[in-house]
Write a protein that binds this ligand. Structure first.
Ligand code: NAG
Ligand code: NAG
Length: 427
């Protein structure tokens, strides 16, 4: 797909009928082993993805035009600074036994603690589910952050953000834990040139035959925000990127998106239907488009933002198996008993809202060595480019997303994650 004009770009960002915004590109070539690559090759990859692609350029131009109108300079950062500062993630690729939260296999056992802390009111289940899936790693409560490294290089998606290291995150209260939850905030200091936030990369590297499950009670929302819960492989886009929960501003609809190298396509599969709405079929990010192939969850309620939070969130599950990749959302109160008992039986669940069939995209060829990532950025390639069209300019009275983020920290008190757990299952 070619994106030759700003008009095409705008049309793509907003599918007016559904109110769905398509991501121009999710997140950049950031992975646990980038530090192992030469700075030159990293620079090349990031340039190709973030600065040189026509879509990113078009988004950049939109931002630039707007910036000119308000006498502001466009802040697209030179990618060279990335190659110089990408080192902090170098330890995260470790697959040694030191990964915190590793648990022994619990497949086929009788659970006496089905709901765990996520569902305090539910009756403990003693049911046994016959499933090939077993829990491999769990991040939860006081030890949650032991399972992650902190990215504190510049944002590859050019956000008005300062991703802080773990020490700063603890010391400033941007992250905190309770017995049952982990919280990731952004700074609400009124003025910050680059607003402080966190981006964390899972230490656990996973491959095909994985089921990644995340339970959150609250997610970041509000004008200027661009949060995401996603997974990424090495050597972007060759290792593949799986965006599970992502959106911008005050959206109420989640979309899940794949970004791959050339040749992967989202196709419909009668045996594995998707309940969501396909936004774009071409997943390949090489060449002229970084849009990726996304499904918007248009049939479920409260999948994103303020609605998600008012309903106390729910569970996102991403299955990566030979038949394809699937993403489900279960609102609080509708979480399958087998999943709550850590004995998931995905084949018994409702249709996923997103399913990318192996017939259009080989899950073995286009994806490998994934790590899970949480981040909250601001403005940048997606939220910045849609500031006007999202209604946020009018709503906030700020003509520039960047200025709003810099000058009005009090507006970001809802831009936080409250995570009940992240679980990695394998079969
Ligand atoms: C697993 O559960 C099934 C019943 O759901 C039972 O038939 C089977 O023997 C169990 N396997 C093990 C190893 O306990
Ligand atoms: C900051 O944002 C909040 C929430 O949108 C708004 O109520 C307030 O008026 C804003 N403050 C300034 C100085 O613009």
């Amino acid at each position: 797909m070619q994106f030759s004009t700003i008009a095409t770009l705008s049309a793509l960002f907003f599918t007016a009928a559904a109110g769905v915004q398509a991501a121009p590109s999710a997140h950049a070539a950031s992975h646990h082993n980038v530090a192992a690559r030469s700075p030159g090759s990293l620079h090349h990859k990031l340039s190709a993805r973030d600065a040189s692609s026509p879509l990113a350029q078009a988004a950049h131009n939109v931002a630039k035009k707007r910036a000119k109108r308000t006498q502001k300079k466009c802040r697209l950062r030179p990618t060279s600074s990335l190659s110089a500062t990408a080192a902090p993630t170098s330890t995260s690729g470790s697959s040694s036994g030191s990964v915190s939260g590793t648990v022994s296999s619990t497949s086929n056992v009788t659970s006496t603690n089905a709901g765990s802390s996520a569902q305090p009111s539910s009756t403990p289940s003693t049911q046994t589910f016959n499933t090939p899936w077993s829990l491999e790693v769990k991040n939860q409560g006081r030890t949650f952050f032991d399972g992650w490294t902190f990215w504190n290089a510049p944002d590859p998606t050019h956000g008005t953000v300062n991703y802080v290291d773990a020490g700063t995150a603890w010391n400033t209260g941007l992250i905190s834990v309770t017995d049952t939850q982990a919280i990731m905030r952004v700074s609400t200091e009124q003025y910050q040139h680059m607003r402080q936030s966190v981006r964390i990369h899972g230490k656990h590297v996973f491959n095909i035959n994985s089921l990644l499950v995340m339970d959150a009670e609250h997610m970041p929302t509000g004008c200027g925000t661009w949060p995401a819960w996603w997974a990424n492989g090495p050597n972007w886009p060759a290792g593949g990127e799986i965006d599970i929960l992502e959106g911008v501003h005050d959206s109420d609809t989640n979309s899940a998106t794949l970004h791959t190298s050339y040749g992967c396509t989202a196709v419909s599969d009668a045996n594995h239907p998707s309940s969501g709405q396909l936004i774009n079929a071409n997943c390949g990010s090489s060449g002229s488009s970084n849009t990726g192939c996304g499904f918007a969850d248009v049939t479920s309620q409260n999948t994103y933002g303020a609605g998600f939070n008012s309903a106390k969130g729910g569970v996102y599950a991403m299955q990566w198996v030979d038949s394809g990749i699937s993403v489900w959302f279960f609102p609080r109160g509708a979480i399958p008993a087998d999943l709550a008992a850590d004995q998931p039986m995905p084949w018994t669940w409702q249709h996923p809202f997103a399913h990318w069939s192996a017939s259009g995209c080989s899950p073995r060829d286009f994806f490998r060595d994934q790590i899970a990532i949480f981040d909250t950025t601001f403005c940048g390639d997606w939220a910045g480019a849609t500031w006007g069209s999202s209604g946020c300019a009018q709503k906030t009275g700020f003509e520039s997303c960047e200025r709003y983020v810099r000058e009005n920290g009090s507006a970001f008190s809802e831009a936080y994650w409250t995570v009940n757990y992240v679980k990695y299952f394998k079969q």
